[in-house]
Design a protein around this ligand. Sequence first.
Ligand code: PMP
Length: 352
Amino acid sequence: MDINQLVRKNVQKLTPYQSARRIGGKGDVWLNANEYPVAPHFELTEQTLNRYPEPQPEQVISRYAQYAGVTNEQLIVSRGADEAIELLMRAFCEPEQDSILYCPPTYGMYQVSAETLGVQTKTVPTKADWQLDLDAIKQNLDSVKLIYVCSPNNPTGNLIHPDDIKSLLNMAKDRALVVIDEAYIEFSPESSVIKWLATYPHLVILRTLSKAFALAGLRCGFTIANKPVIDALQKVIAPYPLATPVADIATQALSKDGINTMKLHVINLNNQKEKFANALNQLSIVEKVYPSRSNYLCVKFQDDKDVFKTLWNQGIILRDQSKSIGQKNIIRISIGTQAECEAVISALKAIK
Ligand code: PMP
């Protein structure tokens, strides 16, 4: 029996998300998943694993709401921001009928989630400067229910101009939600658009503990929006999206101390990023280091394939972006520890 024939047609055609872990590699310098390079230490305090967890753990919600400056009812917590990306489609898009719109180069899960659910996708590439092409977006809004914009953008590291986000919100009024993916916003906190929630009922913001909070392994993310959006997501989310140990650690990470620790991560990482960018800029094989408001750098090489492979063979695992739109000869490098950044620089120096 050919089980493949039973698989949904769109899933048969689906190329799964090429996550850093799926791509693999062998090494000891991992700079391909935009993780924080040092593991934080936590102890579990909840031992009630015989019981189901709270569907929306109250302490996690109230602490994150306080941190973000919103009310508890403007928030839902999920298994990472990745789950939130998909929940929005499940709640708002009719399969085979409605579309999402996104602007490559950007985060790959918007496409993968849409294709998994049978939701149509419309892509409007960014302009050469990696900013939104608002005119082209305007021409493509038919059937669009969700517009995903990532700022700071992964993989490019730039912020999307706030005025353009405002124009997009005005353009989408009464027809679509505008979802601003702020997974990396802690590295550039003054740029959050969270302050606009009161003005725009169709604004949605995605957040995560995976980046500046250094908890990618925890799988904990947040959606922030006005109550009607959150109510719709509450209907489609799994009954117990957060395991008890996840809620336990998230609660600790969102304590006063936890937030101060995160802010120290950001200071250290931004310093390290500046040093790393300066060192890269001095190498002759580097054509350009793009400015980044995030925890990774996009670096353009004359021959990115050679660089990527040479470092891969030495156990230094980077992210090759060259197949993405507008990313020719570009490698994305997450900011590691000082020793890891130095390992990259020495390996690059050795390439003639
Ligand atoms: N959005 C962007 C832009 C990301 O880069 C990532 C992580 N790679 C996510 C969302 C998903 O985050 P999480 O780990 O919370 O699922």
